[in-house]
Design a protein around this ligand. Structure first.
Ligand SMILES: *[C@@H]1O[C@H](CO)[C@@H](O)[C@H](O)[C@H]1NC(C)=O
Ligand SMILES: *[C@@H]1O[C@H](CO)[C@@H](O)[C@H](O)[C@H]1NC(C)=O
Ligand SMILES: *[C@@H]1O[C@H](CO)[C@@H](O)[C@H](O)[C@H]1NC(C)=O
Length: 444
């Protein structure tokens, strides 16, 4: 990898290790005294995703020569859609298009006219509709979006360099060829966008450091070594505007994170303790909030949250029996965790910010391919969860206002990695995976 001249001072410090040793002791205390009775999932509950309290938006459909466009009528409050790890662009969602020409039709999101009835106009991933994007990759692809007509996909090529393609709309929406972004990657990439035109790409390098490559002002900066000693692929997220952060499990099995601010640049590594057996998953629902969910070395789900932009809460044990690393999505002040259980089923659990409580585990069923966690995406009052089946097909369940479809929809495809879902552009969902031939596949 190309190393810039000044090496960032991001090595873990003895001071923070001492601090985290104390936190880890606290965690062991929790483990022993509080969580032993929680060795299994509790009984499923089916009403975890409640109705929303934000102003009721309605979807407007515009038909013009340029094609069909859907958008939301109301400027959304900050907490809606924009500030989540998988939507990625604050700017687009807080500044929706001011005028779109065409033949408008209104769809209220009332029970009489639920959004799900919009069918193709919601442009969710469609069963059987797969695109072979070719390529020759090693791990699951990573995907982000900074606005209505932009989607960026990354994968680690067999030569260990990062490949990148982006969607720009128009008559030939994808750039034709994969871009070689270089690097020396030892993991799947992770990327996030803090606002339109800004992206941060991360990976675990073959030297076990985190490497970072920024995109801004229409071009890529150099790869930068960030220090660290990571074990699995990193997870990055942005709560918007000036902020981005990346989290990794280190050789000490603990969670470490480092954070970027447009004004002050990169901070120093912070140790959050814990005892991780796999890659962490970080999400944010807005300014100052980040939640990180991990599979502990005890096989259970653990979560830590930062609510005020500063201090991390202690680890909360969510129980469960995880077969692989967890996935999560933050939405409207809540956070939903989706995991593949050792029983092969998908299990989900939701945190409600207003009460500070976690609901109980919900057994979604399914037959998850071992080693591939499910992925969950959300927007508005909609949520979707995807998993890769033992048979290589992808499967989906959808929730409208907390009401889950009862059976898994076979999306087809032929993938061997976990799904990488993307909710973008107000009601579109694309889901990616990698085929056994290393090609990146997109269901749209
Ligand atoms: C999620 O958020 C909404 C709105 O803030 C709230 O009413 C609901 O109870 C939350 N939790 C769940 C599990 O839906
Ligand atoms: C996907 O596309 C690549 C390149 O065009 C091709 O070599 C490969 O056979 C395709 N895979 C499938 C399963 O169609
Ligand atoms: C989360 O809850 C806290 C405390 O009740 C509140 O101050 C904050 O605004 C909430 N955040 C969201 C996004 O709902």
């Amino acid at each position: 990898m190309h190393r810039p001249r000044q090496q960032n001072q991001l090595l873990f410090t003895a001071d923070s290790r001492h601090h985290m040793f104390k936190l880890q002791q606290t965690m062991i205390h929790y483990l022993i005294y509080l969580t032993l009775p929680l060795l299994a999932f509790s009984l499923p509950s089916h009403d975890l995703i409640g109705p929303r309290t934000r102003p009721t938006p309605f979807l407007v459909h515009s038909r013009s020569e340029a094609g069909d466009i859907d958008y939301w009528n109301t400027p959304r409050p900050d907490t809606f859609l924009s500030k989540r790890s998988d939507v990625h662009s604050v700017e687009y969602f807080t500044n929706p298009p001011s005028s779109i020409e065409g033949d408008f039709r209104r769809h209220d999101s009332s029970p009489a006219s639920p959004l799900l009835n919009l069918g193709k106009h919601t442009k969710r991933a469609t069963a059987g509709q797969w695109e072979n994007m070719s390529g020759s990759g090693l791990y699951h692809p990573a995907v982000t979006s900074w606005g209505s007509n932009r989607q960026d996909v990354y994968y680690t090529h067999r030569d260990r360099k990062c490949r990148h393609k982006y969607y720009r709309g128009g008559s030939s929406p994808w750039i034709p060829d994969w871009d070689d972004l270089g690097g020396s990657l030892d993991s799947a990439p992770s990327c996030c966008s803090r606002r339109s035109g800004y992206m941060h790409l991360f990976c675990k390098g073959t030297d076990y450091q985190i490497w970072h490559r920024p995109y801004s002002g229409g071009g890529w900066g150099q790869w930068q070594p960030m220090g660290g000693n990571c074990k699995h692929y990193p997870s990055s997220c942005s709560w918007g505007g000036r902020h981005a952060s990346v989290y990794t499990s280190s050789s000490d099995n603990q969670l470490w994170g480092v954070r970027y601010d447009e004004n002050s640049g990169w901070g120093s590594w912070q140790n959050m303790g814990g005892s991780l057996a796999g890659a962490p998953k970080s999400v944010t629902w807005g300014e100052g909030h980040t939640g990180v969910v991990v599979r502990g070395t005890d096989g259970q789900a653990w979560v830590t949250q930062m609510m005020n932009g500063n201090t991390w809460g202690s680890w909360t044990n969510l129980g469960g029996s995880l077969e692989s690393e967890p996935s999560a999505v933050a939405w409207n002040g809540n956070m939903t965790v989706a995991v593949g259980g050792t029983d092969g089923a998908v299990w989900m659990r939701t945190y409600t910010n207003s009460t500070g409580n976690w609901g109980s585990w919900m057994n979604m069923g399914g037959d998850v391919r071992p080693g591939t966690p499910p992925d969950v995406v959300a927007w508005g009052n909609q949520m979707e969860v995807y998993y890769t089946g033992r048979d290589g097909a992808m499967y989906r369940k959808k929730a409208n206002n907390g009401q889950w479809t009862t059976s898994w929809e076979n999306m087809g495809g032929s993938v061997t990695t976990k799904p990488s879902g993307l909710a973008w552009d107000n009601g579109k969902v694309d889901v990616y995976g990698m085929g056994s031939d290393g090609s990146t596949r997109r269901c749209y």
